[in-house]
Design a protein around this ligand. Sequence first.
Ligand code: CA
Length: 363
Amino acid sequence: MKKLTLLFVSLAVLFTGCNDTKKQETKQEPKAKARTYTLTMATTWGPTLSPLIDSAQNMARYAETMSNGRLKIRVDASNKHKSPLGILDMVKGGQYDMGHSASYYWKGKDIAALPFTSMPFGMTAPEQYAWFYEGGGLELMQKVYSKHGLLSFPGGSTGVQMGGWFKEEIKSLEDLQGLKMRIPGFAGEIMAKLGVQVTNIAPGELYTALDRNTIDALEWVGPSMDIGMGFHRIASYYYTGWHEPASEMQFLINKKTFDKLPKDLQEILVLTIRTAAYDMYIQNYDMNAKAWKKMKAEHPNIQVKTFPKEIMDEMKKANAELRAELGAKSPELKEILDHQDAYMKDVREWTEMSDYLYIKNNL
Ligand code: CA
């Protein structure tokens, strides 16, 4: 009997519970039937290019789950839209609502976008994230992108990129004269000033070019992404980084699309972008450590080298000259570079007395 009473009580609770849920459902019905938004995102990356494509795909997944399916984002890899370097134009023109790429790919269209990826001898990833989110960097970035009708947010960092793979050791400036190297962008211009013959070769042909001595050296990213390219099998000298200390990817959003979204979905968009960017940074950090361990085990002949001081000094000189030339042409770029310099001066002092000395004193 006791058991039976208990059963009735339990059933009663259960039914009351059901009624409550039903009432709540009825109350929430207008919300549950709220409009679903489907956005499209074009990326620079191929469908399996980890960790870059992961940042875009993770972001889309988080947004859909957190919005309970109200915000869907269809991510297109470069094989879909066939325009890996046309992301800025496609999002600006409205063919896509969003993009995932890197700002320095369109420095030819807007030079002021260059410093939002990474600058030679610039900030490390934690320093740069602090600049973006606490130091006024994000506001400067929005100012640049608002001219294009876009919003832009950091989209994940590669951290320090390696200086590249060299078949011969670089002992002096002399060794750089006429050296054929694939190193794109601003860093390539610096290398050219030092006497390097800078060439541009499509990623898919890089391995063969290095193998057949069409080029003597190349830079790509770091162990996480270099390992798949196989450069470590044919070049023994792996130089430490100087030119892309914290290459940051970029999410772009068409401002008109963003403005049409309800407030909560806007917030979800911004927060999932921030989370996906952080995830890419740590995913890549982990991939680097594992890939380097594997490379070293399979090819113990690889030597990690740092360019001699006379080369580093010349690189810094060429960097300063190029920045001054560009700054004279674009006051907008100069404002951003000066802002980064001022921020780095303060933040670097902290990095030196914290991370740098901690590691140095514990080696
Ligand atoms: Ca690179």
